[in-house]
Design a protein around this ligand. Sequence first.
Ligand code: GLV
Ligand code: MN
Ligand code: MN
Length: 399
Amino acid sequence: MNRIFALGEIGALPGGGCNRLALTDADRDGRDLVVGWMRDLNMEVTIDVIGNVIGTWRVGKGAPVMTGSHIDTVRTGGLYDGNYGVLAGLEIVETCQQHGITPSRPLAVGIFTDEEGARFAPDMLGSLVYAGGMPVEAAHNVIGIDGVRLGDELERIGYLGATPCPGHVPHAFVELHIEQGPLLEVNSVRIGAVTGVQGISWQEVTIEGQSNHAGTTPMHLRKDPAYAAAALTVFLREVAKRYGGDQVCTVGKIDVHPNLTNVVPSRVILTLDVRNTNEKVLQKAELEIAEFCAQLEANENVTITRRSLARFEPVVFDDRVITLVEGLARQRGNTVQRMPSGAGHDAQMLARLCPTGMIFVPSHKGLSHNVKEHTDRDDLVAGANVLLDAMLGLAEMEF
Ligand code: GLV
Ligand code: MN
Ligand code: MN
């Protein structure tokens, strides 16, 4: 808990929460703090070519059992998203060391670069590169929302390491995270044994119209990208409602140019975040959105270009890891439910390399990506104890 609060002071926002967007000075300061803690625990620290930090406690034999998550945040983030998973990993190592527990394999804790994707898309970028899903050079060349190149920022903050990617294949990976949704709390369940992660489709949509005078331009002569953006936003909501089930759609970022009261805008750039646990349904949503954009172009005299920012299919975790987490959580007297994750996680990338699973704890009022994000201390501790058992258990399992 002390480490969570100390890390939360870096990039702290007035009134609570944190802003440590990836590869900013605040992210660097947070990394420096956590790397210092890794060294205090005699962990071997490597930094790879995409800035992932892996701290390894060299005990036992063979490939490590790995945990970890991220310590970057969205601009209005909380103290727990990602940070909890990384710092719980350190707590596991410290607990074992203090109690003379020697795992049969090394234990590793990863801090993965740019999980949020809020500054540099796609999300989970560091773990994606670690898993070999994106070439290092392409990742370095990603341009952020502030126009800077990822590789340049990595170098600037001193986290462009030499360890190559793809990274070493762990024996197994298990990530502890807050749920970031309301289900555990509503069901009065303490631990989620996570079955997988839903598919994610992010697009950036640029709508070009014609800038003109708001008072003199008759409605029928307008090429108004703000109207088209609004119609597209409403359409996304309708798609989500019509599909029902797990379908979610969000327009989270809208930039209007020139953004003035009395000017019909020339250009609007907006982002679409569309997710579903079912790949076929996600594809259908993408197709409907493309068709709606084509209709808008024809009807509104605007030009629309779309660029994919992130596209990940749904991921199913390893049943052996899910069953292990579920059983261990029950053994400690917790209530447990199996559940998919609505949020993206580094574990979904590590799942490409080794048997992988996740542990969830409740989020108060289901709030996350919000400065009011909160999880009760007892729940955080319960989750960390399940992580401890899971890491030690995975070290004994042969896959
Ligand atoms: C990543 O954290 C996401 O789910 O947006
Ligand atoms: Mn997270
Ligand atoms: Mn997040």
